[in-house]
Design a protein around this ligand. Structure first.
Ligand code: FE2
Length: 413
Protein backbone atom coordinates (compact mmCIF):
# COMPACT_ATOMS: atom_id res chain seq x y z
CA UNK A 1 0.00 0.00 0.00
CA UNK A 2 1.23 3.48 -0.82
CA UNK A 3 0.28 6.39 1.36
CA UNK A 4 0.34 10.02 0.27
CA UNK A 5 2.45 11.14 3.21
CA UNK A 6 4.17 9.53 6.20
CA UNK A 7 5.47 11.51 9.16
CA UNK A 8 8.14 9.16 10.51
CA UNK A 9 9.57 8.83 13.98
CA UNK A 10 7.74 11.65 15.71
CA UNK A 11 7.16 11.99 19.44
CA UNK A 12 3.54 12.64 20.39
CA UNK A 13 2.58 15.06 23.17
CA UNK A 14 2.15 12.13 25.60
CA UNK A 15 5.74 10.99 24.94
CA UNK A 16 4.99 7.96 22.73
CA UNK A 17 6.87 7.49 19.46
CA UNK A 18 4.74 7.10 16.36
CA UNK A 19 4.68 7.07 12.59
CA UNK A 20 1.64 8.76 11.07
CA UNK A 21 0.44 7.72 7.61
CA UNK A 22 -1.89 9.96 5.63
CA UNK A 23 -4.12 9.26 2.65
CA UNK A 24 -5.94 12.20 1.11
CA UNK A 25 -7.09 14.50 3.89
CA UNK A 26 -7.33 11.80 6.57
CA UNK A 27 -4.96 10.03 8.92
CA UNK A 28 -4.87 6.42 7.67
CA UNK A 29 -2.76 4.90 10.41
CA UNK A 30 -0.86 5.75 13.59
CA UNK A 31 1.57 3.08 14.77
CA UNK A 32 5.02 2.76 16.39
CA UNK A 33 6.45 1.77 12.99
CA UNK A 34 4.78 1.94 9.59
CA UNK A 35 6.81 0.12 6.97
CA UNK A 36 5.20 1.25 3.74
CA UNK A 37 5.78 3.39 0.70
CA UNK A 38 4.64 6.99 0.58
CA UNK A 39 4.73 9.69 -2.06
CA UNK A 40 6.24 12.01 0.53
CA UNK A 41 8.02 11.37 3.82
CA UNK A 42 8.71 13.83 6.63
CA UNK A 43 11.43 12.54 8.93
CA UNK A 44 10.54 13.88 12.38
CA UNK A 45 13.57 12.19 14.01
CA UNK A 46 12.10 12.11 17.50
CA UNK A 47 10.76 15.64 17.41
CA UNK A 48 7.36 16.62 18.75
CA UNK A 49 4.43 16.01 16.41
CA UNK A 50 1.26 17.63 17.64
CA UNK A 51 -2.23 18.47 16.54
CA UNK A 52 -2.43 22.02 15.19
CA UNK A 53 -2.42 25.17 17.27
CA UNK A 54 -5.80 26.84 17.62
CA UNK A 55 -6.47 30.47 18.45
CA UNK A 56 -9.97 30.70 19.88
CA UNK A 57 -10.00 34.50 20.35
CA UNK A 58 -8.73 36.93 17.75
CA UNK A 59 -9.62 40.17 15.92
CA UNK A 60 -8.75 39.71 12.28
CA UNK A 61 -10.43 42.89 11.08
CA UNK A 62 -7.95 44.97 13.08
CA UNK A 63 -4.79 42.91 12.79
CA UNK A 64 -1.51 44.30 11.37
CA UNK A 65 -2.89 47.85 11.49
CA UNK A 66 -0.54 49.11 14.23
CA UNK A 67 0.11 52.84 13.97
CA UNK A 68 -2.83 53.56 11.66
CA UNK A 69 -3.79 56.32 12.08
CA UNK A 70 -1.82 56.60 15.36
CA UNK A 71 -0.70 54.45 18.28
CA UNK A 72 -2.54 53.83 21.55
CA UNK A 73 -0.70 56.25 23.85
CA UNK A 74 -2.34 55.22 27.15
CA UNK A 75 -2.26 51.48 26.41
CA UNK A 76 -5.80 51.09 27.71
CA UNK A 77 -8.75 49.12 26.35
CA UNK A 78 -10.83 52.28 26.09
CA UNK A 79 -8.27 54.19 24.02
CA UNK A 80 -7.92 51.08 21.84
CA UNK A 81 -11.69 51.09 21.19
CA UNK A 82 -11.59 54.83 20.34
CA UNK A 83 -8.60 54.32 18.03
CA UNK A 84 -10.32 51.40 16.30
CA UNK A 85 -13.28 53.74 15.76
CA UNK A 86 -10.94 56.08 13.82
CA UNK A 87 -9.39 53.25 11.82
CA UNK A 88 -12.84 51.89 10.86
CA UNK A 89 -13.57 55.10 8.98
CA UNK A 90 -10.32 54.91 7.02
CA UNK A 91 -9.91 51.30 5.98
CA UNK A 92 -11.32 49.78 2.82
CA UNK A 93 -12.57 46.25 2.38
CA UNK A 94 -9.42 45.54 0.34
CA UNK A 95 -7.22 46.80 3.21
CA UNK A 96 -8.91 44.46 5.65
CA UNK A 97 -8.70 41.47 3.31
CA UNK A 98 -5.02 42.09 2.50
CA UNK A 99 -4.03 42.43 6.16
CA UNK A 100 -6.10 39.44 7.23
CA UNK A 101 -4.64 37.18 4.54
CA UNK A 102 -1.10 38.33 5.42
CA UNK A 103 -1.86 37.45 9.03
CA UNK A 104 -3.33 34.05 8.10
CA UNK A 105 -0.15 33.15 6.20
CA UNK A 106 1.91 34.17 9.24
CA UNK A 107 -0.29 32.10 11.56
CA UNK A 108 -0.19 29.01 9.30
CA UNK A 109 3.61 29.23 9.37
CA UNK A 110 3.35 29.01 13.16
CA UNK A 111 1.14 25.92 12.92
CA UNK A 112 -2.17 27.67 13.64
CA UNK A 113 -4.89 25.94 11.62
CA UNK A 114 -8.04 27.23 13.32
CA UNK A 115 -8.93 30.75 14.44
CA UNK A 116 -12.08 32.20 15.99
CA UNK A 117 -12.13 35.86 15.01
CA UNK A 118 -14.51 38.46 16.31
CA UNK A 119 -15.65 40.82 13.57
CA UNK A 120 -16.96 44.26 14.43
CA UNK A 121 -20.51 44.52 13.11
CA UNK A 122 -21.11 48.07 14.37
CA UNK A 123 -19.31 49.43 11.30
CA UNK A 124 -22.45 50.44 9.42
CA UNK A 125 -20.69 50.11 6.07
CA UNK A 126 -20.59 46.34 6.84
CA UNK A 127 -17.20 46.15 5.14
CA UNK A 128 -15.53 44.39 8.08
CA UNK A 129 -18.06 41.53 7.83
CA UNK A 130 -17.89 41.32 4.05
CA UNK A 131 -14.09 41.33 4.14
CA UNK A 132 -13.80 38.56 6.71
CA UNK A 133 -16.43 36.41 4.98
CA UNK A 134 -14.27 36.72 1.86
CA UNK A 135 -11.17 35.76 3.87
CA UNK A 136 -12.96 32.78 5.47
CA UNK A 137 -13.71 31.48 1.98
CA UNK A 138 -10.18 32.13 0.68
CA UNK A 139 -8.47 30.20 3.49
CA UNK A 140 -11.00 27.40 4.01
CA UNK A 141 -8.87 24.61 2.50
CA UNK A 142 -6.11 25.29 5.00
CA UNK A 143 -7.46 27.19 7.99
CA UNK A 144 -10.79 26.96 9.85
CA UNK A 145 -11.83 30.57 10.34
CA UNK A 146 -14.87 30.92 12.61
CA UNK A 147 -16.41 34.39 12.82
CA UNK A 148 -18.18 36.02 15.77
CA UNK A 149 -20.68 38.86 15.23
CA UNK A 150 -19.15 41.34 17.65
CA UNK A 151 -20.92 44.64 18.39
CA UNK A 152 -17.71 46.43 19.45
CA UNK A 153 -19.45 49.70 20.36
CA UNK A 154 -22.16 47.98 22.40
CA UNK A 155 -25.28 45.90 21.67
CA UNK A 156 -27.48 48.73 23.01
CA UNK A 157 -24.97 51.56 23.27
CA UNK A 158 -24.34 51.71 19.50
CA UNK A 159 -27.43 52.64 17.56
CA UNK A 160 -28.70 49.78 15.43
CA UNK A 161 -26.08 47.31 16.70
CA UNK A 162 -28.57 44.53 17.45
CA UNK A 163 -29.83 44.74 13.87
CA UNK A 164 -26.25 44.62 12.63
CA UNK A 165 -25.57 41.45 14.66
CA UNK A 166 -28.61 39.84 13.04
CA UNK A 167 -27.55 41.09 9.59
CA UNK A 168 -24.09 39.54 10.11
CA UNK A 169 -25.56 36.21 11.20
CA UNK A 170 -27.88 36.26 8.18
CA UNK A 171 -24.80 36.84 6.00
CA UNK A 172 -23.15 33.70 7.40
CA UNK A 173 -21.23 34.80 10.49
CA UNK A 174 -21.05 31.80 12.83
CA UNK A 175 -21.24 32.90 16.47
CA UNK A 176 -23.13 35.53 18.53
CA UNK A 177 -20.87 38.06 20.27
CA UNK A 178 -21.27 40.92 22.72
CA UNK A 179 -19.48 43.26 25.11
CA UNK A 180 -21.68 43.73 28.20
CA UNK A 181 -19.08 45.68 30.23
CA UNK A 182 -19.04 48.38 27.53
CA UNK A 183 -22.80 49.05 27.68
CA UNK A 184 -23.91 52.24 29.42
CA UNK A 185 -25.01 50.54 32.63
CA UNK A 186 -24.64 47.20 34.39
CA UNK A 187 -28.36 46.66 33.69
CA UNK A 188 -27.89 47.28 29.96
CA UNK A 189 -24.95 44.87 30.05
CA UNK A 190 -27.10 42.17 31.63
CA UNK A 191 -29.84 42.82 29.06
CA UNK A 192 -27.30 42.43 26.25
CA UNK A 193 -26.20 39.07 27.65
CA UNK A 194 -29.84 37.94 27.70
CA UNK A 195 -30.41 39.16 24.16
CA UNK A 196 -27.28 37.41 22.85
CA UNK A 197 -28.18 34.09 24.49
CA UNK A 198 -31.79 34.24 23.28
CA UNK A 199 -30.66 34.99 19.73
CA UNK A 200 -28.19 32.09 19.80
CA UNK A 201 -30.82 29.70 21.18
CA UNK A 202 -33.29 30.76 18.49
CA UNK A 203 -30.76 30.10 15.74
CA UNK A 204 -28.92 27.10 17.21
CA UNK A 205 -25.64 29.02 17.40
CA UNK A 206 -22.75 29.39 19.80
CA UNK A 207 -22.11 32.46 21.98
CA UNK A 208 -18.76 34.10 22.74
CA UNK A 209 -18.91 37.36 24.67
CA UNK A 210 -16.18 39.77 25.62
CA UNK A 211 -17.17 39.54 29.25
CA UNK A 212 -16.08 41.58 32.28
CA UNK A 213 -12.90 42.79 30.59
CA UNK A 214 -12.14 45.31 33.32
CA UNK A 215 -10.56 45.62 36.74
CA UNK A 216 -13.97 46.25 38.30
CA UNK A 217 -14.40 43.76 41.16
CA UNK A 218 -18.18 44.29 41.02
CA UNK A 219 -18.65 43.47 37.35
CA UNK A 220 -21.09 40.57 37.28
CA UNK A 221 -21.73 39.74 33.61
CA UNK A 222 -20.17 36.29 33.80
CA UNK A 223 -22.77 35.41 36.45
CA UNK A 224 -25.53 36.56 34.10
CA UNK A 225 -23.93 34.73 31.18
CA UNK A 226 -23.82 31.46 33.13
CA UNK A 227 -27.43 31.85 34.32
CA UNK A 228 -28.70 32.76 30.84
CA UNK A 229 -26.79 29.83 29.34
CA UNK A 230 -28.70 27.49 31.63
CA UNK A 231 -32.04 29.25 31.06
CA UNK A 232 -31.64 29.10 27.27
CA UNK A 233 -30.30 25.53 27.22
CA UNK A 234 -26.98 26.57 25.69
CA UNK A 235 -24.73 24.45 27.94
CA UNK A 236 -21.45 23.60 26.20
CA UNK A 237 -21.95 26.20 23.46
CA UNK A 238 -21.00 29.38 25.30
CA UNK A 239 -17.67 31.05 26.05
CA UNK A 240 -16.82 34.01 28.25
CA UNK A 241 -13.76 35.76 26.83
CA UNK A 242 -11.35 37.64 29.10
CA UNK A 243 -13.25 37.51 32.46
CA UNK A 244 -10.51 39.73 33.88
CA UNK A 245 -12.69 41.23 36.60
CA UNK A 246 -12.61 37.80 38.28
CA UNK A 247 -9.00 38.63 39.15
CA UNK A 248 -10.23 41.46 41.35
CA UNK A 249 -13.43 39.93 42.73
CA UNK A 250 -14.00 39.06 46.34
CA UNK A 251 -12.94 35.48 47.10
CA UNK A 252 -16.20 34.60 48.82
CA UNK A 253 -18.18 35.64 45.75
CA UNK A 254 -15.83 33.74 43.42
CA UNK A 255 -16.34 30.60 45.52
CA UNK A 256 -20.03 30.80 44.55
CA UNK A 257 -19.37 31.85 40.96
CA UNK A 258 -16.97 29.07 39.94
CA UNK A 259 -19.46 26.20 40.40
CA UNK A 260 -22.10 28.22 38.53
CA UNK A 261 -19.78 28.62 35.51
CA UNK A 262 -19.00 24.90 35.65
CA UNK A 263 -22.71 23.99 35.93
CA UNK A 264 -23.47 26.10 32.85
CA UNK A 265 -20.53 24.52 30.98
CA UNK A 266 -19.43 28.01 29.96
CA UNK A 267 -15.83 27.94 28.69
CA UNK A 268 -13.36 30.63 29.74
CA UNK A 269 -10.99 32.26 27.25
CA UNK A 270 -8.25 34.32 28.94
CA UNK A 271 -6.01 36.30 26.59
CA UNK A 272 -2.78 36.61 28.57
CA UNK A 273 -0.67 38.75 26.23
CA UNK A 274 -3.34 41.39 26.05
CA UNK A 275 -4.77 41.34 29.53
CA UNK A 276 -1.37 41.58 31.21
CA UNK A 277 -0.88 44.87 29.34
CA UNK A 278 -4.41 46.33 29.14
CA UNK A 279 -5.45 45.70 32.73
CA UNK A 280 -4.06 47.31 35.86
CA UNK A 281 -3.49 50.58 34.01
CA UNK A 282 -5.20 52.64 36.70
CA UNK A 283 -3.35 50.92 39.54
CA UNK A 284 -0.33 52.45 41.23
CA UNK A 285 1.48 49.67 43.12
CA UNK A 286 0.95 46.81 43.55
CA UNK A 287 -0.46 46.49 40.01
CA UNK A 288 -3.00 43.77 39.42
CA UNK A 289 -2.13 41.09 36.88
CA UNK A 290 -5.45 41.46 35.11
CA UNK A 291 -5.86 37.87 34.03
CA UNK A 292 -8.73 35.69 35.15
CA UNK A 293 -8.28 32.88 37.69
CA UNK A 294 -7.06 30.13 35.41
CA UNK A 295 -5.99 27.36 37.86
CA UNK A 296 -9.12 27.90 39.96
CA UNK A 297 -11.43 27.75 36.94
CA UNK A 298 -9.73 24.54 35.78
CA UNK A 299 -9.95 23.03 39.26
CA UNK A 300 -13.68 23.80 39.28
CA UNK A 301 -14.07 21.79 36.07
CA UNK A 302 -14.39 24.74 33.68
CA UNK A 303 -12.94 24.38 30.18
CA UNK A 304 -10.23 27.03 29.82
CA UNK A 305 -8.39 27.83 26.57
CA UNK A 306 -5.96 30.66 25.91
CA UNK A 307 -6.59 33.09 23.06
CA UNK A 308 -4.24 35.55 21.42
CA UNK A 309 -6.72 38.41 20.87
CA UNK A 310 -4.48 40.86 19.02
CA UNK A 311 -1.43 41.18 16.80
CA UNK A 312 -0.20 44.69 16.00
CA UNK A 313 -3.50 46.54 16.30
CA UNK A 314 -5.04 49.41 18.30
CA UNK A 315 -4.83 47.36 21.50
CA UNK A 316 -1.45 45.61 21.24
CA UNK A 317 1.77 46.63 19.47
CA UNK A 318 3.38 43.18 19.43
CA UNK A 319 2.36 39.57 18.67
CA UNK A 320 3.43 37.12 16.00
CA UNK A 321 0.67 34.56 15.57
CA UNK A 322 2.60 32.13 17.74
CA UNK A 323 0.25 30.41 20.20
CA UNK A 324 3.32 29.18 22.11
CA UNK A 325 4.00 32.83 23.03
CA UNK A 326 0.44 33.02 24.32
CA UNK A 327 0.75 29.85 26.41
CA UNK A 328 4.19 30.94 27.64
CA UNK A 329 2.81 34.24 28.93
CA UNK A 330 -0.32 32.53 30.26
CA UNK A 331 1.53 30.01 32.38
CA UNK A 332 3.77 32.74 33.81
CA UNK A 333 0.93 35.06 34.74
CA UNK A 334 -1.15 32.19 36.18
CA UNK A 335 1.87 30.74 38.04
CA UNK A 336 1.32 27.41 36.25
CA UNK A 337 4.89 26.13 36.39
CA UNK A 338 4.32 22.58 37.70
CA UNK A 339 4.93 20.01 34.92
CA UNK A 340 1.25 18.98 34.67
CA UNK A 341 0.23 22.65 34.54
CA UNK A 342 2.69 23.37 31.72
CA UNK A 343 1.31 20.38 29.80
CA UNK A 344 -2.16 21.83 30.39
CA UNK A 345 -1.00 25.22 29.07
CA UNK A 346 0.11 23.50 25.86
CA UNK A 347 -3.28 21.80 25.55
CA UNK A 348 -4.98 25.16 26.11
CA UNK A 349 -3.63 26.37 22.76
CA UNK A 350 -4.21 23.10 20.91
CA UNK A 351 -6.83 20.52 21.91
CA UNK A 352 -8.86 22.56 24.42
CA UNK A 353 -9.00 25.62 22.16
CA UNK A 354 -10.34 23.40 19.35
CA UNK A 355 -12.93 22.02 21.75
CA UNK A 356 -14.11 25.55 22.60
CA UNK A 357 -14.62 26.20 18.89
CA UNK A 358 -16.53 22.92 18.51
CA UNK A 359 -13.76 21.48 16.33
CA UNK A 360 -11.91 18.25 16.60
CA UNK A 361 -8.39 17.54 15.48
CA UNK A 362 -6.39 14.70 17.01
CA UNK A 363 -3.67 12.38 15.83
CA UNK A 364 -5.59 9.15 15.37
CA UNK A 365 -6.84 6.98 12.53
CA UNK A 366 -9.71 8.60 10.65
CA UNK A 367 -9.07 12.10 11.99
CA UNK A 368 -8.35 15.09 9.79
CA UNK A 369 -4.74 14.93 8.62
CA UNK A 370 -3.68 18.22 10.20
CA UNK A 371 -0.55 18.32 12.33
CA UNK A 372 2.59 20.25 13.19
CA UNK A 373 6.19 19.02 13.54
CA UNK A 374 8.14 21.17 15.99
CA UNK A 375 11.87 21.47 16.54
CA UNK A 376 11.46 20.38 20.18
CA UNK A 377 11.36 17.09 22.04
CA UNK A 378 8.16 17.60 24.02
CA UNK A 379 5.46 20.18 24.87
CA UNK A 380 7.41 21.70 27.76
CA UNK A 381 10.51 22.21 25.62
CA UNK A 382 8.25 23.70 22.96
CA UNK A 383 6.93 26.20 25.51
CA UNK A 384 10.44 27.01 26.70
CA UNK A 385 12.00 27.51 23.26
CA UNK A 386 9.02 28.38 21.07
CA UNK A 387 10.95 26.67 18.27
CA UNK A 388 10.51 26.45 14.50
CA UNK A 389 7.45 24.70 13.14
CA UNK A 390 9.47 22.42 10.84
CA UNK A 391 6.41 21.26 8.91
CA UNK A 392 2.74 22.15 9.02
CA UNK A 393 0.29 19.74 7.41
CA UNK A 394 -3.31 20.75 6.78
CA UNK A 395 -5.89 18.34 5.37
CA UNK A 396 -3.05 16.05 4.26
CA UNK A 397 -1.07 18.75 2.47
CA UNK A 398 2.24 20.24 3.63
CA UNK A 399 1.34 23.93 3.76
CA UNK A 400 4.44 25.33 5.47
CA UNK A 401 8.03 24.35 6.16
CA UNK A 402 10.56 26.21 8.29
CA UNK A 403 14.32 25.69 8.28
CA UNK A 404 15.57 26.45 11.82
CA UNK A 405 18.03 29.31 12.12
CA UNK A 406 21.63 28.16 12.52
CA UNK A 407 23.45 29.77 15.42
CA UNK A 408 27.25 29.67 15.14
CA UNK A 409 28.67 30.52 18.54
CA UNK A 410 32.45 31.07 18.41
CA UNK A 411 33.24 32.86 21.66
CA UNK A 412 36.36 31.07 22.87
CA UNK A 413 34.89 28.78 25.55
FE1 FE2 B 1 -11.06 40.50 22.05
Amino acid sequence: MTFDLIVKGGTLADGTRADIAITGDRIAEVAPEIDAEAREVIDASGRLVTQPFVDCHFHMDATLSYGTPRVNASGTLLEGIALWGELKQLQTRQDIVARALAYCRQAVGKGVLAIRSHVDVTDTSFRTVEALLEVREAVRDVLDLQLVAFPQDGWFRAEGAEGQVIRALDAGVDVVGGIPHFERTMADGAASVRAACELAAERGLRVDLHCDESDDPLSRHIETLAAETIRCGLQGRVAGSHLTSMHSMDNYYVAKLLPLIAEAQVAAIPNPLINITLQGRMDTYPKRRGMTRVPELRAAGVTVAFGQDCVMDPWYPLGSGDMLDVAHMGLHVALMTAPDQMHAAFQMVTETAAQVMGLEFGLRKGARASLVVLDAADPIEALRLRPARLAVVSHGRVVSRTVPAQVGVDCGF
